[in-house]
Design a protein around this ligand. Structure first.
Ligand SMILES: [Zn+2]
Length: 389
């Protein structure tokens, strides 16, 4: 029985992991994320064989909390290659169709998955990427599959013709519309067709102008069926109701919204109308693509809302955003979960959901179980005290 040993990097998939036993102080069970407390989980041949109370003497690892893997429901991985270039620019001059990021990501093509980005990505079961270059979806998919991450690339054509739209769908998993208001109506009609069996989603109501010109309704009027929309910062009350009625997940990106528009999505209103909310990180070059940072920001700002709701957004609702079944922790399910250390909150937390959100980023180790693969990410914290002579 041991803590995951420091390796200073992600240790990739131990082959043929036939059995793994993990002791944990907290385990978030099932869809309800009920904390069953001090317990152990046994994985055999990639399946959760047993979950029971108490520690086992023969455990391979002991961790602070075991929870489902998060989903990053919206990012743009390309601009990770050109970090912090959004400083000094606004939304339009940075990410707009003539924004500075587009020539930059054309100019700097590599590496698409630098090591430190891979380590952040390794925690996800799914990453939803608005991929500006549809010809790169396969590269990202392949790189991320090495870490057991399912890549969902939503892209767009560089010009509007059916042949190019065909290429997008051949390479990627669907369409990610940057600004619906810029689309000619025949393209929206085409996307409506595509949305019958592929994911079509869009940035919606990110700015006041997008809201005033009806970005959401333009799509819905032509019968586009997005499983999720992104941002929704300026949505009005009746539009939240519409999202709930149509079962459209709202993917919020609070850091990006604060940075570009100084305004946050109204989580309180979304919840009031019964909208499912998931969390994304948006432009990876501006906002480090760790979804826990945005989850923590939401939890901090909306302090009157139960932290468990924010945890659900990140580890349950993200799956609904892309029409997938959440990978919950329950006997008989395929083994997908993570183990983290919460420090002294392991055994004396005032609110375990709050502790996870507050501490997961700084866990000295994270272990990710993905069926037969175990990935271990450890961080060595060096502290040296220099005494003055
Ligand atoms: Zn975006």
């Amino acid at each position: 029985m041991k803590n995951p040993s420091p390796a200073g990097k992600v240790k990739k998939g131990s082959p043929a992991l036939s059995q793994l036993i993990i002791n944990t102080y907290h385990l978030l069970y099932g869809y309800e994320l009920e904390d069953i407390g001090k317990s152990h989980i046994v994985v055999e041949n990639g399946v959760i064989k047993e979950i029971n109370h108490g520690f086992r003497r023969d455990a391979d690892y002991t961790v602070g909390a075991v929870l489902p893997l998060p989903v990053n429901a919206h990012t743009h991985l390309n601009d990770y290659r050109v970090p912090e270039h959004c400083i000094g620019y606004n939304l339009s001059t940075y990410a707009g169709s003539k924004g500075v990021k587009h020539p930059l990501i054309q100019l700097i093509k590599n590496p698409i998955l630098p090591k430190e980005l891979a380590y952040v990505m390794a925690q996800y079961s799914i990453v939803v990427d608005y991929q500006e270059h549809f010809w790169r979806c396969n590269e990202f998919r392949e790189e991320l599959s090495g870490y057991g991450v399912k890549y969902i690339g939503l892209s767009r054509p560089t010009r509007y013709d059916l042949e190019e739209i065909g290429y997008v769908l051949k390479n990627c998993d669907g369409i990610g519309i940057s600004n619906p208001l810029k689309l000619p109506s025949w393209v929206v009609i085409e996307y409506a067709q595509i949305s019958n069996d592929k994911i079509v989603s869009a940035h919606v109501s990110e700015t006041k102008t997008m809201e005033e010109h009806g970005s959401l309704h333009y799509l819905l009027n032509y019968r586009v069926k997005p499983p999720h929309i992104v941002h929704g910062v300026y949505l009005e009350d009746w539009e939240y109701k519409l999202l709930a009625d149509e079962d459209i997940v709202l993917v919020v990106n609070p850091r990006s919204n604060l940075w570009f528009t100084g305004k946050l999505p109204r989580i309180d209103k979304a919840l009031k109308y019964g909208v499912k909310v998931a969390v994304g990180t948006d432009n990876a070059g501006c906002f480090h693509p760790d979804v826990w940072v945005d989850t923590l920001l939401l939890e901090t700002i909306y302090k009157d809302i139960d932290p468990k709701i924010f945890l659900e957004m990140t580890i349950i609702n993200g799956y609904y955003a892309v029409k997938q079944k959440p990978l919950i922790i329950r006997e008989g399910e395929k083994a997908y979960f993570m183990g983290v250390d919460l420090g002294i909150a392991n055994d004396r937390s005032g609110n375990i959901y709050g502790s996870i959100i507050n501490r997961v980023i700084w866990s000295p180790y994270k272990i990710f179980v993905k069926e037969n693969n175990l990935y271990i990410h450890t961080v060595k914290y060096h502290f040296k005290r220099l005494n003055g002579a």
